[in-house]
Design a protein around this ligand. Structure first.
Ligand code: CO
Ligand code: CO
Length: 275
């Protein structure tokens, strides 16, 4: 097993109607915990890196760490740039060896999103990497009200996938980044309409805060990749707080953090994968 393009993992997941987790990485503890969880579950996983974090390290270092773990893993692992914000950032990730990139052109006008995404797909595919695009607008504002006008439309999704050649499509169906305000409600009818309209696997961003039932409903309505970040940060923050209160040294807190992330990721892999 090893570092693989995301398409390889998601094509199998779509065939089997399973979901695969993409967990965003902050540093080594997260990356090891996520990879070890996947190995223990004997199930593929996607290591994500949020676009801004690419600039937090000396060029190539974080990519080497993530791809190094992927290459040594006993299960298929894709290393993915989450919410690539520009052509340049996506190219930087590809140069550094990411096996998958997301280009988030969802805030652009429809035609411009297609034009920019298609250009990235052509280059990424030539390099053997996968591309995730986004249509419909989730936004990043925690607690902002949901606007149905911004949800992904099945017909537009079909046209976008056809004209860009993306390997996966992120959709807006009532999901939201960060913490949800109130109880989240996914538009499952719309989701299955999108699934029937497009060829490629669908991605659910904003997985933190959804229930086990929400996840399984989403997978049965066509989701094959689920993104988690906020929830892991809540868990590690709690570990740090408790550790500091008990005056534990950092290396102990760090090990506890890693163990807590690993256990949570194992549970999510089981739920997403319907294992
Ligand atoms: Co996202
Ligand atoms: Co939370």
């Amino acid at each position: 097993m090893a570092l693989v393009p995301m398409k390889e993992i998601l094509t199998a997941a779509r065939k089997e109607e399973r979901g695969v987790g993409m967990f965003n990485v902050v540093g080594l503890e997260y990356a090891e915990a996520i990879t070890e969880a996947a190995e223990e579950m004997n199930f593929p996983v996607i290591l994500g890196l949020p676009d801004p974090f690419l600039a937090n390290h000396k060029e190539g270092v974080i990519a080497e760490m993530m791809t190094g773990l992927a290459r040594r893993a006993s299960v298929p692992v894709a290393v993915h740039l989450d919410h690539g914000g520009s052509f340049e950032r996506v190219m930087e990730a590809l140069r550094q060896g990411f096996s998958s990139v997301m280009f988030d052109g969802s805030a652009l006008p429809f035609e411009e999103n297609i034009r920019q995404t298609a250009e990235i797909v052509r280059i990424a595919h030539a390099m053997g990497a996968s591309v995730e695009g986004e249509l419909g607008y989730l936004g990043f504002t925690e607690g902002a009200p949901q606007n149905v006008d911004h949800f992904t439309k099945p017909q537009e999704a079909a046209e976008y996938v056809e004209r860009t050649g993306v390997d996966a499509l992120a959709v807006a169906v009532g999901n939201m980044h960060g913490h949800y305000r109130g109880t989240p409600k996914l538009d499952l009818v719309r989701l299955s309409e999108i699934r029937d309209a497009v060829e490629c696997p669908l991605v659910l961003h904003g997985g933190s805060g959804l229930s086990e039932q929400d996840f399984q409903n989403a997978v049965h309505a066509g989701i094959n990749k689920i993104n988690i970040f906020t929830h892991l940060n809540d868990i590690t923050a709690e570990c740090v707080k408790k550790g500091l209160e008990e005056m534990k040294p950092w290396y102990v807190i760090s090990e506890e953090m890693k163990a807590a992330v690993r256990e949570q990721v194992k549970d999510l892999i089981r739920i997403f994968g319907c294992l």
